[in-house]
Design a protein around this ligand. Structure first.
Ligand code: AMP
Length: 217
């Protein structure tokens, strides 16, 4: 019996993957919010869950530290997605990548005049491509968190960040001025594992596919 290792990040992705795992007959036996363990057992002796940082999921799966994983499209684009089989859009952990500025900043003017825009973000690839397509020159400031702070402190004119309800932007007096792309989480599979552990992985992929939430309008 070969072991299947599934890489997940704590929080929304973990929580929203649980129903998909249940559809595959897999139940995680410990709560990651209560346990300090990084390897969580399941009810199946041949399946275990490893908890990694969201941005590390593609790396774990690419190099075989995990056979499969669940990761946001944003993370996948920034990683590059090389070496990963991406069979399913799971339609979970949905949000969008947007541009936001201080409410007193004239974004339309800044973009129209072709002036340089100072952009702070964790999503440098997505931001670079978006502004390049618009012909806007960008000075990119790479951050790892609390992006909302950048326009408030003068570090940047604009941020590129994930937006879900918009509450975080509102709480920091920022306004969403452009939607770059819709985001959801994907199942990613190590390509060698897909050959070596084909039958058990196929069963999990098929069970996940049958349990994907319906498209809401
Ligand atoms: P909200 O206030 O609901 O718009 O959520 C925005 C905050 O939650 C930002 O700090 C985002 O980085 C984070 N966020 C929203 N959706 C997601 C998601 N699907 N995955 C990870 N982080 C998210």
């Amino acid at each position: 019996m070969s072991m299947i290792t599934l890489a997940l990040s704590k929080g929304r992705i973990f929580d929203e993957t649980l129903p998909l795992l249940a559809a595959a007959g897999i139940e995680v036996l410990e709560d990651p919010e209560k346990s300090r363990k990084l390897i969580l057992p399941t009810n199946r002796p041949d399946v275990r869950v490893v908890l990694v940082r969201a941005t590390d999921v593609p790396t774990y799966v690419e190099y075989g530290g995990a056979d499969i994983g669940v990761t946001g499209k944003d993370t996948l684009i920034e990683h590059g997605g090389q070496g990963l089989y991406q069979p399913l859009d799971l339609r979970i952990a949905k949000c969008r990548v947007s541009v936001a500025v201080r409410s007193d900043f004239d974004y339309a003017q800044a973009v129209r005049q072709g002036s340089r825009l100072k952009v702070a973000t964790k999503y440098t690839s997505i931001a670079r491509e978006f502004f390049a397509a618009k012909g806007v020159h960008v000075d990119m400031v790479k951050l790892y968190g609390s992006m909302e702070l950048a326009p408030l402190t003068g570090l940047a004119d604009a941020i590129v960040d994930l937006v879900s309800t918009g509450n975080t932007l509102k709480a920091n007096q920022l306004v969403e001025v452009a939607r770059i792309m819709d985001i959801s989480s994907y199942l990613v599979v190590n390509q060698a594992a897909l050959k070596l552990k084909q039958a058990p992985l196929r069963r999990i992929i098929d069970a996940f596919a049958s349990a994907i939430p319906a498209e809401k309008n």
